[in-house]
Design a protein around this ligand. Structure first.
Ligand code: NAP
Length: 527
């Protein structure tokens, strides 16, 4: 395979595959998709814990151009979404473009040639190296270490990241974890070979993943100790199997499925009125969530424990019909005294009480604030992206960062959603990148770099929009960093983002033609 490509894409989740599909549709044949795993699917390949499903309706959580009449449920399970992504990769002819088991360790922008140089390692060898050096995903690599596996170099004109914001697991910093003699794993690295039957299991965390797997763990385990730091607000999940006649209708009349998709879109979009514009309206949702607790949990003490004390919507609102009933069982204990340490045999709470367990499962989420590890992406002047983001990640339209020319991020800073489908945001960003590529070709630009002042103004506007929203109402969430800056969420309507990303606004970029062209222009036009 050639060591040069006009366009390199990282990842084969919705973002990377969607980008590849649109490139092919527009006639681009020369591009490479780098995938560290041995299969496509991104987060839907990596997260396979029991109970894993999407909490956005599948008619909307799918590509607009590839509707699937066969969804078995209103909210598909992980295995079905993964099968859908594999189908998309095959159907749109992406497989020959994908280099599997290829891990991007570093990307350097060469200003003299306006090109990215990518250091690629074999995923298996890199994984062995990381295990030998006790490194976790997301830890910075020492690129000077002679023991690092051999790197292959690939040169790319444009680099598109489809790495996603929630791919690096976050492990809690709890004293004594390394002493624990039992089984220990994160929800993203679920060990299906470990039989939970009859085991005493501690679960740490009560977020979106935990509320899906705790009911499944409770079906098997002899005892579940659920360590809750902050209870989530949870609403009923209006899930149901799709009926035979509905699927037949969607097969024959795709417009009927589009109508369902549109109605879901506008129903979810209406939530922005309360989330971003008038958080007082969230009271209505809170009443429904409180009713859900009362209906599903008979015990008043347990009801009190699981009832949050912050405004609903400040953290992601979760959907579940089986989480509260799981907690109400006798062999499940919700523990709220905090964790002091872990010993060889179990977990000690802040009152000093030890509970012995056979396994500890982390439902502790992802490093959302550092979506790209330090030491991975180096822009103009060799600047590390994480140094540019010292005060928190930011981009222009969630896609480009000043000083990092020809680098486009899908699911970049401030594109996350708490209320609707990320696939809609991804498709909006892909349109922006496609228009940028078309203009670069048309005008002969070798590099485009967003202007610093444009990025600064854009982010000032974003932060002012976040002020006064429900996400700013005083809870501790991964939406906002330690300085109170919203680095992850799109604080408005998704259609507003689509309008912004419809066209590549070249006037906000420094656009340069190739070096020889510039010299000719310099000679031809006297100063
Ligand atoms: P999460 O929502 O960030 O939840 C992490 C949980 O771990 C929280 O309860 C947190 O408590 C707790 N925690 C973290 N560190 C801890 C510590 N040191 N000690 C005790 N508790 C600790 O993570 P997640 O559940 O993996 O979900 C992450 C995101 O993935 C979601 O927000 C969502 O965007 C996405 N997701 C989506 C779906 C879907 O259906 N679409 C499903 C799963 C995940 P605090 O609240 O106190 O911080």
């Amino acid at each position: 395979m050639s060591n040069k490509t006009p366009i390199a894409i990282i990842g084969t989740g919705f973002a990377g595959l969607g980008m590849g599909i649109k490139l092919k549709e527009a006639g681009y044949e020369d591009f490479v998709i780098l995938e560290q795993g041995s299969d496509v699917g991104g987060t839907w390949r990596d997260n396979h814990y029991p109970g894993c499903a999407c909490d956005v309706q599948s008619a909307l959580y799918s590509f607009s151009f590839e509707q699937n009449p066969e969804w078995s449920r209103m909210y598909a399970q992980q295995s079905e979404i993964l099968a859908y992504l594999r189908h998309c990769a095959e159907k749109y002819g992406l497989m020959p473009h994908i280099r599997f088991n290829t891990h991007l360790t570093a990307a350097h922008f060469d200003e003299t040639r306006n090109r990215w140089t990518l250091d690629l390692a074999d995923s298996g060898r890199l994984w062995n190296y990381m295990q030998r050096h006790d490194l976790k995903p997301g830890d910075a690599l020492d690129l000077e270490d002679p023991e690092l596996p051999d790197m292959e170099q690939l040169e790319a004109g444009v680099l598109v990241s489809g790495m996603g914001g929630l791919s690096t697991p976050a492990y809690p910093n709890i004293e004594g974890l390394d002493r624990f003699q039992g089984k220990l794993f994160h929800s993203q690295d679920w060990d299906h070979g470990y039989d939970l039957k009859g085991k005493r299991v501690a679960v740490i965390g009560t977020g979106a993943s935990a509320i899906q797997f705790v009911p499944e763990v409770a079906k098997e385990a002899a005892r579940v100790d659920l360590y809750q730091r902050t209870p989530p607000w949870i609403m009923p999940k209006p899930d149901r199997p799709m009926k035979g006649w509905e699927k037949a209708l969607f097969r024959r009349v795709p417009a009927a499925q589009s109508a369902l998709r549109n109605s879901i879109y506008w129903q979810l979009e209406s939530r922005v009125l309360a989330l971003a514009l008038n958080p007082r309206l969230m009271k209505i949702a809170e009443l429904e969530a409180r009713r859900h607790i009362r209906k599903q949990i008979p015990d008043k003490a347990l009801r009190r424990k699981v009832t949050p004390d912050y405004t609903i919507g400040c953290k992601r609102i979760l959907l579940s019909n089986n989480y509260y009933p799981a907690l109400a069982q006798d062999h499940v204990d919700v523990l709220t005294d905090g964790i002091q340490k872990v010993t060889a045999k179990g977990v000690v709470d802040k009152n000093g009480a030890e509970r012995e367990v056979d396994a500890i499962i982390f439902g502790t989420g992802f490093k959302a604030q550092d979506p790209i590890p330090k030491g991975m992406v180096f822009g103009r002047g060799g600047r590390d992206l994480l140094d540019a983001w010292r005060d928190g990640a930011e981009a222009y339209k969630g896609t480009t960062v000043h000083g990092f020319p020809n680098f486009f991020m899908l699911v970049g800073p401030n594109t996350g959603l708490g209320h609707s489908s990320m696939v809609y945001m991804i498709e909006s960003q892909i349109q922006y990148v496609m228009d940028a590529l078309a203009k670069m070709r048309q005008k002969g630009w070798e590099a485009v770099d967003v202007k610093e002042s444009v990025q600064a103004d854009y982010n000032a506007m974003l932060q002012s929009k976040s002020d006064g929203s429900v996400w700013d109402s005083g809870c501790n969430s991964w939406y906002v960093n330690e300085n109170g800056k919203n680095t992850t969420l799109w604080p408005s309507f998704t259609w507003a983002f689509r309008q912004q990303t419809h066209r590549f606004d070249a006037q906000h970029y420094e656009c340069v033609t190739s070096a020889p062209l510039r010299e000719v222009a310099g000679e031809a036009v006297p100063a």
